[in-house]
Design a protein around this ligand. Sequence first.
Ligand SMILES: Nc1nc2c(ncn2[C@@H]2O[C@H](COP(=O)(O)OP(=O)(O)OP(=O)(O)O)[C@@H](O)[C@H]2O)c(=O)[nH]1
Ligand SMILES: [Mg+2]
Length: 192
Amino acid sequence: MIFSNNKFYISSLIPLKEKKEVVFIGRSNVGKSSLINAICENQSLAFVSKTPGHTKLLNYFNIGDLFYLVDAPGYGYRKLSAEKDVFDDIMGNYFENNPYCKLVVLLYDARRELTKDDINFINYLDGLNLESIIVYTKVDKLNQSLKQKALNNSKKCFPNTKIYFVSSLNKKGINELRNVILQKLEINEKGL
Ligand SMILES: Nc1nc2c(ncn2[C@@H]2O[C@H](COP(=O)(O)OP(=O)(O)OP(=O)(O)O)[C@@H](O)[C@H]2O)c(=O)[nH]1
Ligand SMILES: [Mg+2]
C-alpha cells in the first residue's frame, strides 16, 4: 500500500510547493491528525491530542516520495483572546497561489452543528476554485439518525461537494478515502 511508506517531513509556516499535496482542514479536535494516522496505518505519525489547538504549523508527511499529506492548524480555536488567529495567517498564505494543493479535505464532526467559522471558511474556499471533499469524522459515535441528519444538512449547505463518513477508531471509510486521494492526485496503486 502506497500510504504505508510514510514519514514526517517538516513543520512549516509557509507552504513548501515541492510536490503534489492534500491538505486536511477542520476545527480543532475534529480528528485531522488521527485521520492522517489511520490513512497511513501509523499511530505515531501525526500528534493526536485531547487538548484542542495542538497543531500550530503546517505538518508535512511524505508518502512514498510521491506526494505530501498536510496536517493544518485547526480553526476556531484561540488560546488567548489577544493572540491572533494562527489559522487565518497560515492558511491565507497557504491557499494563495498554491497549484500543488490538489485536494482540500474538509473535516466535520457530525455531532456538531456548523458554526460561523465553518461557514466563513466554506465561503472563503468557494472563491478559490480548489477541489474539495467533505469528510465527517468520528462516525463510530454516530447513530443512524445523526448520520442521516448530518447528510441532509451537508447536502443542503454543499450541494456540489462529495461527502464521506469515516472513523479513525474502527477504520470505517478509511480505504475509500485512500482511493479518493490517489484518484485526485492522479496516482495509481503502483505509485505511477
Ligand atoms: N471516537 C473517536 N475519537 C476520535 C476519532 N478521531 C479522533 N478522535 C479523538 O479526538 C481527539 C482529537 O483528535 P486529533 O486527531 O488530535 O484532532 P485534530 O483535529 O488533529 O486537533 P488539533 O490538532 O487540535 O486541531 C483525540 O482525543 C482523538 O483520540 C474517531 O474517529 N473516533
Ligand atoms: Mg492535530
